[in-house]
Design a protein around this ligand. Structure first.
Ligand SMILES: [Ca+2]
Ligand SMILES: [Ca+2]
Ligand SMILES: [Ca+2]
Ligand SMILES: [Ca+2]
Length: 342
């Protein structure tokens, strides 16, 4: 049983093909679906009650350069108790965010402890992340802790994660000679999610249906995804502003663009309708240096670096988005004859 799929993943139709292992079957059951608008009101009330009655060890945490998930301690403020002077009430510390999911407006809350120092590197909602995290229910019961770096595809996670992770940046990392990696300056925080941005009606071992969720996390690394390996990154094949993976189906064949190898349905694979220059180097660092030195045109992008398992070296593509007939629609989305190379 792979926990990372079991606990964090919600499998929708397309994602289940990509990222869910078959042994998930039978481990997740669903309660009858409550009305989302009504459940949202109940969840918001519980979350606000929680944030107004719990505090964290702010003085201690703020003194740390690289606070970890274990350093942040959330404690209930009991009736009649005074807030300790070295603590901050969660409600005074969190940012309130609003999003629409399944046509319902949800509030969720983020305690930003560290923004993350590498400002140019923030995951998009459909990217991969490497994180450490601890998940718990509002009663403090911890249902999952990952204190070693764990990889996830945000496209397959509960909606709360794909909204919160882009709010943070990664930091810097150093590969040590013993094979370990050190991280510093990473994004670090706690998210407080209504059940509607969590598992909602699903029931799992230790997570009852309609549970509001608290996740502490460290955002260590991120990587751009290309789910259908067509050289167009997933973020360009979805509606990013709406967190909508399924909003683009250029050729209307019911296979959405990010998993469609021929986006415009003209019989030529998308990967053959863009320019591709392959770069290879022995190490990731060497390849990154080569890529960093390139001067790209506005219609060019670099695909994520991949390790070639059969050769033990590293590769990345420089992808050029072509528009042969100059009509403003790139070849891979243009099914007219005139875009073809003569
Ligand atoms: Ca793609
Ligand atoms: Ca399609
Ligand atoms: Ca595609
Ligand atoms: Ca095509």
């Amino acid at each position: 049983m792979n926990y990372k799929y079991n606990i964090l993943f919600i499998c929708s139709l397309i994602i289940s093909i990509i990222s869910c292992s078959p042994d998930d079957e039978g481990t997740i059951v669903s309660a009858p679906e409550n009305d989302r608008t009504e459940q949202q009101v109940i969840d918001k009330d519980s979350l606000l009650g929680y944030l107004n009655s719990h505090y964290y060890n702010s003085t201690e945490v703020n003194a740390l350069a690289n606070p970890t998930i274990a350093d942040v301690v959330i404690t209930e403020l009991l009736e009649g108790e005074t807030l300790p002077s070295d603590a901050t009430l969660l409600m005074s510390a969190v940012e309130t965010k609003t999003t629409t999911y399944e046509d319902v407006e949800y509030d969720y809350y983020i305690l930003k402890i560290n923004q993350g120092t590498t400002t140019a590197q923030s995951p998009r909602f459909c990217d991969k992340v490497r994180v450490k995290y601890a998940g718990s229910l509002l009663d403090g019961e911890e249902f999952e802790v990952k204190s070693t770096p764990t990889d996830f595809d945000l496209a397959g996670l509960i909606p709360g994660w794909s909204r919160v992770m882009p709010e943070f940046n990664v930091g810097a990392f150093t590969s040590n000679s013993d094979g370990t990696v050190s991280y510093e300056g990473y994004g670090m925080g706690v998210m407080f999610l209504p059940s509607g941005l969590g598992y909602y009606a699903l029931y799992q071992t230790s997570i009852p249906s309609y549970s509001n969720l608290v996740f502490k996390f460290e955002l260590l690394q991120t990587e751009t995804t290309d789910h259908d390996s067509d050289n167009i990154p997933t973020y360009m094949e979805v509606i990013e502003a709406d967190y909508d993976l399924y909003g683009k189906d250029t050729d209307g064949d019911l296979v959405v663009d990010f998993v469609d190898a021929d986006d415009d349905g003209d019989g030529t694979a998308t990967s053959d309708e863009v320019g591709v220059e392959v770069y290879i180097a022995d190490t990731r660092v060497d390849l990154q240096a080569i890529l960093d030195a390139l001067v790209l045109d506005s219609n060019q992008l670099i695909s994520p670096i991949k390790q070639r398992s059969n050769r033990n070296d590293y590769t990345a593509n420089v992808v050029t988005i072509l528009d042969n007939n100059g009509n403003g629609i790139p070849n891979y989305l243009d099914d007219t004859e005139s875009e073809r190379i003569e």
